[in-house]
Design a protein around this ligand. Sequence first.
Ligand SMILES: Cc1cc2nc3c(=O)[nH]c(=O)nc-3n(C[C@H](O)[C@H](O)[C@H](O)COP(=O)(O)OP(=O)(O)OC[C@H]3O[C@@H](n4cnc5c(N)ncnc54)[C@H](O)[C@@H]3O)c2cc1C
Length: 152
Amino acid sequence: MRDVLIVGAGPTGLALGIDLARRGVDALVVDKADELFPGSRGKGYPDSPLTEDTRTEPAGTVRAGDRAPDGETAAGKRLFDVLRGPHWTLLAVGTDAALPPLGVPEARIAGHSDQGAYGRGVFLIRPDGYVGWAGETAAGLTEYARRVGVTG
Ligand SMILES: Cc1cc2nc3c(=O)[nH]c(=O)nc-3n(C[C@H](O)[C@H](O)[C@H](O)COP(=O)(O)OP(=O)(O)OC[C@H]3O[C@@H](n4cnc5c(N)ncnc54)[C@H](O)[C@@H]3O)c2cc1C
């Protein structure tokens, strides 16, 4: 016998199931579908209150709310490998701008080589791999991090 039955394994049901499990509540998630949805329903969070883009004229094509593209970091690693895991990541692309001490992993992409879709700027990548915050510098980033509860 379970304490809670959650009907529907979409984002809402799954998030509720995770939250209850973390609180020690015995919940079961069920879904009428036999298989997972075959496509993608998550292209991004444009204009969501979860994201913020402070740039007036973004140099690249990436916007806050978009999926974070790959790249090669100045340390010679694939950015996707740096982003992987349940943590936020602070990313500086083509800039030596000082980064605030958020207690999260940091990566830099050199200005001359692999800026790619990012353009020059500072980015905070969410644990789900989407760009949460984007700016020409890190001005305002600490306030955003506090508002959305960034943790390392
Ligand atoms: C093509 C597409 C692209 C999208 N792109 C984006 C995007 O880029 N960004 C964004 O934020 N949102 C996007 N969305 C919207 C996003 O997918 C929805 O907001 C989100 O899925 C809603 O989550 P939910 O859990 O409330 O409902 P759903 O995801 O609809 O989940 C409901 C679940 O309940 C199950 N269910 C229903 N009835 C029963 C029943 N009687 N018994 C058992 N199970 C049942 C269903 O099978 C389903 O799995 C997109 C949606 C689509 C279709």
